[in-house]
Design a protein around this ligand. Structure first.
Ligand SMILES: Nc1ncnc2c1ncn2[C@@H]1O[C@H](COP(=O)(O)OP(=O)(O)O)[C@@H](O)[C@H]1O
Ligand SMILES: [Mg+2]
Length: 236
């Protein structure tokens, strides 16, 4: 079956710094892929390279069989990708309701599974804060709004970069609950997160980056049965 995403041979630079060194990265339909690696290894840069936020100098990005290499980010995401970036603070003077309503769109195939009502059912906290301005939300609520907004675009692939970073345990649990729910509905996900335990339990496949190169690509069983891989590359 056709992959949702197929990237090959990606080389990305920031000025003269060569960050990604020929990365191959794919995501199958409905697959949950954990993108792992220590800080500064190139995880966020890989995600940005997939989305055209930074332009890889070499390599190719294919979304559902279409070459999107070099396209504007807005064009790439129209092929069915939703991105929740690292950090928050991207909320302007809009209410929660406005944020969600503005994000609403059908999937590339006309799917409209994720509606305003469904997002509010999924995140009851947001339903209680509809008239709040995005900037007046707690960190956890902002993250929920980010994810809610991403789901409103009815993506095939949801990308979460450190979505639980800096959040209280209760809010983290809430976010993981939603990620599992999203997985159960058949949406593919790329998850970057520090909580390796959760990732081992959640992901179908794990990709580990070291200095901009893929050093591991395999299933959770493989990582669980050979603890030296995580020790060496993640430091556990
Ligand atoms: N905008 C940027 N300009 C220059 N260097 C950057 C920029 N963003 C990230 N880097 C560098 O690229 C490398 C990879 O960073 P990043 O992709 O953010 O890693 P990760 O997400 O795995 O922590 C790091 O050495 C980082 O310092
Ligand atoms: Mg990062």
């Amino acid at each position: 079956m056709e992959n949702v995403l197929d990237a090959s041979g990606l080389h990305t630079y920031y000025g003269a710094s060569h960050i990604l060194h020929g990365v191959d990265f794919r995501v199958g339909r409905g697959e949950t892929v954990a993108l792992m690696g220590r800080n500064g290894m190139g995880k966020s840069t890989l995600l940005k390279s997939l989305l055209g936020i930074v332009s890889p100098r070499r390599g190719k990005v294919v979304v559902r069989g279409r070459d999107v290499t070099g396209l504007e980010t807005s064009a790439v995401i129209r092929h069915g990708i939703a991105y929740v970036p690292e950090g928050r603070g991207m909320f302007h003077n809009l209410s929660v309701r406005e944020h969600l309503v503005m994000a609403a769109r059908k999937g590339w195939d006309g799917r409209a599974d994720w509606t305003y009502e469904r997002v509010l059912e999924t995140f009851p906290r947001l339903a209680e804060r509809l008239d709040n301005m995005g900037t007046h939300l707690s960190g956890g609520e902002q993250q929920m709004l980010s994810i809610g907004r991403a789901l409103m675009t009815n993506p095939d692939l949801l990308i979460l970069d450190e979505a639980t970073e800096g959040l209280a345990p209760l809010i983290r649990r809430e976010i993981w609950r939603v990620v599992r729910h999203v997985k159960d509905t058949g949406i593919a996900t790329i998850v970057v997160d520090k909580n390796v335990g959760v990732l081992l339990d959640l992901a179908d496949r794990h990709v580990i980056l070291v200095k901009g190169e893929v050093v591991f690509d395999g299933g959770p069983q493989q990582l669980k049965s050979d603890s030296s891989i995580l020790e060496r590359h993640i430091g556990l």
